[in-house]
Design a protein around this ligand. Structure first.
Ligand code: COA
Length: 383
């Protein structure tokens, strides 16, 4: 296996992007990453694109061909990778495997989703749950995560305010990110008073409906310095599966796929949770951010809420979480999220994150999950 480096990254603005089409978003992100990597499209050997549901959101399947065609990169192979909200993380992992194995040298791993063109995106998102046992019974993702939140509050005494604090910290960071969908701060009181979506979760506990794309250029580590002075190295890339339906879990408050993917990632990188300087976690709902810091091993199970309340996850805390603003404030275009998380971590590792820069970041982690944890992808990156 060869070591792999990231030599170029790019992300479009996330938000409700009426003036840019699905195909143009991916071109914008892809071209940006090539420019950042100082290479041209003709240098690429393959593309892996994370996308959950172009079919349901923009009535377009076969996006592998669409993207190769519209980027002007025919006949370079392009493969769509799908694992619900973890599609981006898996596209990155597939790109890394392609380079590590020696099959390809220069590869793009990208992600794209355009969710705002449909009147009601909720049924499309719900297809990532168990269709027969969850979605068809009327369960949606906010309600699935609300049940997890209720159980976490019951088992560990996590408070409503602690959940809200996760969103408050995200928005504080997102306010410093010009590419974020909601770049403004919110207070605990505003989170609590915003409209209830699925009790106990309110509007400001939820990631939004978003459009956006992001892209990353990968190459063998020993070639990286020819293209950039600041390569970022892939120390671990792991994926684990969990049950698709929530009711099949032994425990509602632990996402086993995260635990397994994280354990393998720490083993692969030869580091532990204390070595991680910053992390981007999958906070599709505030409760999931709290589960993530527990399941990734940063705090003991049940102590996530307290850790957030005590400031551990703030930009100047012991473990800065979601410097980008996370899914809550940066936005969550499903297939693009896993790539955008890695893009943010690359900017942090290069010292290019502007007002949200965490000083001295040398090792960063990203955590991307699909559904309620049927899939988890974890990456560890370093300078
Ligand atoms: N955070 C902050 N503000 C939000 C928001 C969010 N998550 N979602 C919408 N808003 C704002 C809108 O900008 C709009 O503001 P405006 O009135 O100033 O223009 C207002 O709230 C109402 O927006 P609207 O689009 O009508 O909201 P909605 O009620 O239709 O949708 C949610 C809100 C929370 C239900 C929707 O964002 C959602 O389903 N989120 C979860 C997505 C999801 O499940 N992802 C997959 C996770 S596994």
């Amino acid at each position: 296996m060869r070591d792999v480096a990231i030599i170029g990254v790019s992300q479009t603005k996330f938000g409700e992007l009426w003036d840019i089409s699905f195909r143009d978003m991916i071109v914008e992100a892809g071209m940006g990453s090539l420019k950042d990597a100082n290479i041209e499209g003709k240098d690429l050997e393959a593309m892996y694109v994370g996308n959950m549901s172009a079919g349901l959101f923009v009535q377009q399947e076969h996006i592998s061909s669409l993207i190769a065609d519209h980027t002007g990169l025919v006949p370079i192979p392009c493969a769509r990778v799908e694992a619900a909200c973890a599609s981006g993380g898996l596209a990155l992992r597939n790109g890394i495997i392609a380079v590590a194995s020696g099959y390809h040298d220069f590869v793009i791993a990208a992600g794209v989703e355009k969710m705002t063109d449909v009147v009601d995106p909720t049924p499309a998102i719900a297809t990532a749950s168990d269709q027969e046992w969850e979605a068809q019974q009327g369960v949606t993702f906010p309600s699935l995560y609300a049940m997890i939140a209720q159980r976490h509050m019951y088992e560990y005494g996590t408070t409503r305010e602690q959940l809200a604090m996760f969103s408050v910290v995200n928005h504080k960071n997102g306010a410093k990110n010009p590419l974020a969908q909601f770049p403004f701060e919110v207070t605990v009181e505003q989170v609590l008073k915003s409209s209830t979506v699925a009790d106990p979760l309110t509007l400001l506990d939820c990631s939004p409906i978003s459009d956006g794309a992001a892209a990353i250029v990968l190459c063998p580590a020993d070639m990286a310095k020819k293209y950039t002075d600041t390569p970022v190295y892939v120390k671990a890339s792991t994926q684990a599966s969990g049950t698709i339906a929530l009711h099949d879990r032994k425990n509602l408050t632990t996402i086993d796929a995260t635990v397994n993917a994280a354990r393998n990632a720490y083993d692969m990188a030869g580091v532990g949770p204390k070595d991680i300087d910053a992390v981007e976690v999958h906070d599709c709902f505030s409760i999931n951010g709290i589960l993530a810091i527990e399941d990734l091993g940063f705090v003991e199970k049940g102590k996530g809420g307290v850790a957030v309340e005590e400031g551990m996850t703030e930009l100047d805390g012991d473990l800065p979480v979601n410097p980008s603003g996370g899914l809550k404030s940066r936005g969550h275009p499903l297939g693009a999220t896993g790539i955008a998380q890695a893009v943010e971590m690359v900017w942090q590792l290069r010292g290019e994150a502007g007002k949200r820069q965490i000083a001295g970041t040398e090792i960063g982690m990203t955590h991307n999950i699909g559904g309620t944890g049927g899939t988890a992808a974890v990456h560890i990156l370093s300078v």
